[in-house]
Ligand binder design. Sequence first.
Ligand SMILES: CSCC[C@H](NC=O)C(=O)O
Ligand SMILES: [Zn+2]
Ligand SMILES: [Zn+2]
Length: 419
Amino acid sequence: QYDDDESDQNSPISRFQHYLRIKTAHPDPDYASAVSFLESQALEIGLHTKILEFVPGKPLLLVTWNGLNPSLPSILLNSHMDSVPAEPSKWLYPPFSALRTSDGKIFARGSQDDKCIAIQYLEAIRNLRSRNFIPDRTIHISYVPDEEIGGFDGASKFVLSKEFKELNVGFMMDEGQASPGDEFRVFYADRSPWGLIIRAEGAPGHGSRMYDNSAMENLMKSVEIISKFRESQFDMVKAGETANSEVISVNPVFVNAGIPSPTGFVMNMQPSEAEAGFDLRIPPTADPDAIRRRIVEEWAPARRNLTSQIIEKGPIRDYLGRPLMTMTNDSNPWWSVFKTAISDAGGKLSRPEILASTTDARFMRQLGIPVLGFSPMSNTPILLHEHNEFLKDTVFLRGIKIYESIISALSSFVADASQ
Ligand SMILES: CSCC[C@H](NC=O)C(=O)O
Ligand SMILES: [Zn+2]
Ligand SMILES: [Zn+2]
C-alpha cells in the first residue's frame, strides 16, 4: 500500500483524496470545510460560485459555467456533500484516510457515494476549459447537504427557491450506483421512501396468563402479515421475474415494547403498548392508494387495536399527477444526447433501471425536470453504505473522461431550443 499525494499534490486523484478526507459523515457533517474546498476548486478553474443557506449550518454551493446562449435551459449536475457514518474499527483502513493501495483502490467513506462525481464534474470542466471548449448552454453544479437523511433541509428547499427557478434547468444529472460489470448503469427513477409505524394496544396482564388481544400478540400478528407480503415481493425478485427495485420493499427497522426495569425488562408483565417501524420503498409504477388501503385493512386493522402512521418522505407523482419517471426513449431528446455521449467516450450502458433506494432527484422530477441518475463506476463492487467503501483510481479517472463527453454534448445540444 502506498499513498502518492506527497509526490503529486496537483492531480485529480489528490484533489479527490482531499475531498474524501473532509468528514462530512452524519451525524455531524463538516459542510463548511466541504463548501470551502469545492468553492476554492471552482474558483481556481475560473467558474462562478454562490452559497445558499436555506437552513442555518446547512449550506449549498452552486457553481456556474456560463454558456454562450444563456436563454437556453441550463444543465444541472448535482452531488450531495454528506455521507453516512462509518465504523472505523470494521474497516481495513481508516474511513477518512482516502488511502490508496498499491493496486489503486482508494478507501474512504463517500468514495462511491457520491464524492467521486463531485470531483469528476469539476475535473471534467477543468479539462474542457483547458481545451478552450465553450458551452452553448450554461452548466451548473449544485453541492447539496443532507441527502442521506432525506434532503428536507437541502434539495427539497432548494427546488422551491427563487434561485432554483432562475437557473431555468432543462436537464439534470444526479448520482447513480456502481456496476460490477463492464457496462455503466443509469437510473430513470427512484423508489419513494415511506416510514411506517404500527402501534398496538391491549390489556396488560400477568406474564403467566394466556389471553387474547394483548398488544404484543396483535403486533406480532401484524408483523407476520407484513412478512408474508414481503416474501411475496421478494419471491418475484428471487424468481428473476422482476428487479429488486421494481417491487415494493418492506423491512422492519425497529421494535419498541416492554416495561423497562433496572436489569432490563420486567419479565412477568405483558405490556399494554407495543410498536414496530418499517422502511417501505414504493416504485413509481405502484398504486400508492392501494398500499395505503392494504396497510389500514390488512396490516393494522382496528379490530385488533392496531393503528398505523405512514410518513411519506417523498412524492410519488409529479405536480401534473404523472409517475416520477424520466423517459429513456426518443420522446426525451436529452436521453439520446446522453446515450450518444457515453458511446462516443467508448462506454457501454446497461438497460436503464429504477434505483432501489432514494436520491434528491425525486424533488427535481417532481417539478417535471428530466433527471438521470448516473455515477460512472464500471467493474466496481457496489459498496455504498458498506464497510470498506472504495473506488479504483483508474475508474475514477475514466469517469472524468466520460463526464467530459457528457458535459460537452449536453451543453452543445441546441437542436430544439424549446427543450
Ligand atoms: C427518506 S429519504 C432517504 C434518502 C436515502 N438516500 C440514500 O441512502 C435513502 O434512504 O435512500
Ligand atoms: Zn448518495
Ligand atoms: Zn447514500
